[in-house]
Design a protein around this ligand. Structure first.
Ligand code: FMN
Length: 333
């Protein structure tokens, strides 16, 4: 008897149907982005998903060079590519350039049927389950095997994940985090931009809505300096009583060997694969962006790490707990 939708192999040969295209676009839109700005435009054009940066969503104060914007778009491309592979097709991926469109970042064209590897299916499944976890983590280290998997996830994109274990380095990085956070908090344009995106409640499907900002954990004086619930009236905050006291989360830096637009996009692809690998293993992650957002401090982070690699994203990793998803605006458009 004929199966609804026909023989799966024949369907794969035909190319993605409407539901599969929608799944590809949704996967792209599930990527992380600074302030949940979702600074991309995703569209199905001819036979491929195209990812363009969206200048209207560029965070000029936090991200003057659009470096984080490109990282977010790279993460979106990784999600589309993994999802196309999990749908059972080759995923021909092109990154940059398009001479006519400086905001064009990449295209993923689903091709001939090709069975996905186990790791590709696993990471594609993690796309919808990955959420930033800003809560304190339990003081339980990541195993050597797990750390190795995270390093390899970044290496697939020719990026290096540097896990910062050395005590002096951690102290140095922590001091730079505090310094950069302080600088940003004293910059009226950073604060105004933050208030537009975080906890404002007036936007739908982007930024951090007020009801989630109320639930954000209180910051600490260490790796979680930002107060996402800051604009919430004190009595309206929802504070979890069960949070552990965090002492030594794993700190890892996604780094690249170059710092051009292509290197930043690839760092986004690497970042997302690190995050999805963590999600698939039950490990939580959040970001420590301030020291890389302040240009003069980023130079010092680079020097701290030896002066060769370009730091792109600092991650805090550890054993967390389920967290609320942050909404997205509609995927395409
Ligand atoms: C480049 C970059 C920088 C980010 N910086 C921070 C940060 O400093 N603090 C933080 O809590 N979240 C940070 N985020 C996480 C975003 O806030 C988060 O991805 C967004 O709100 C969407 O939520 P989700 O990751 O749970 O899907 C960053 C994300 C990216 C891609």
């Amino acid at each position: 008897m004929a199966q609804p939708g026909g023989d799966p192999a024949a369907r794969r040969r035909r190319g993605p149907d409407e539901a599969e295209i929608a799944e590809l676009l949704r996967a792209g839109a599930s990527a992380p982005s600074s302030h949940n700005s979702q600074p991309w435009r995703l569209r199905w054009h001819e036979d491929a998903v195209e990812v363009h940066g969206d200048p209207a969503r560029h965070l000029h104060a936090a991200d003057p060079d659009a470096r984080e914007l490109r990282i977010a778009c790279g993460a979106a491309i990784a999600n589309v590519r993994l999802t196309a592979r999990a749908q059972g097709r080759r995923a021909h991926t092109q990154l940059l350039p398009d001479r006519d469109d400086p905001w064009f970042y990449g295209r993923v064209r689903p091709g001939a049927p090709w069975p996905p590897a186990g790791w590709e299916v696993e990471l594609a499944r993690a796309v919808r389950r990955r959420h930033t976890d800003r809560h304190p983590f339990a003081d339980r280290p990541l195993s050597a095997g797990l750390r190795d998997q995270l390093l390899r996830a970044a290496w697939r994109e020719s990026c290096r994940l540097v896990i910062v274990d050395d005590r002096a380095l951690r102290r140095g990085l922590l001091a730079l985090t505090a310094e950069a956070h302080h600088q940003q908090q004293s910059d009226p344009s950073f604060v105004a931009e933050w208030d537009r995106w975080i906890g404002s409640g007036s936007r739908s499907g982007d930024g951090l809505p007020a009801e989630l900002a109320r639930r954000a954990p209180r910051p600490d004086a260490a790796w979680r300096p930002r107060d996402f619930g800051g604009s919430t009236a004190e009595g309206d905050r929802v504070v979890s009583a069960e949070d552990p006291t965090e002492h030594e989360p794993t700190i890892a830096v996604v780094t690249s060997f170059d710092d051009g637009a292509l290197a930043q996009l690839r760092a986004g692809l690497a970042l997302e694969q690190v995050l999805l690998t963590a999600t698939a293993r039950g490990v939580g992650a959040s970001f420590v962006a301030p020291p890389l957002e302040v240009a003069a401090v980023r130079v010092r982070v680079r020097a701290l790490l030896g002066g060769v690699l370009w730091p792109q994203v600092i991650l805090r990793l550890g054993w967390g707990r389920p967290v609320h998803p942050t909404p997205r605006r509609p995927a395409a458009g």
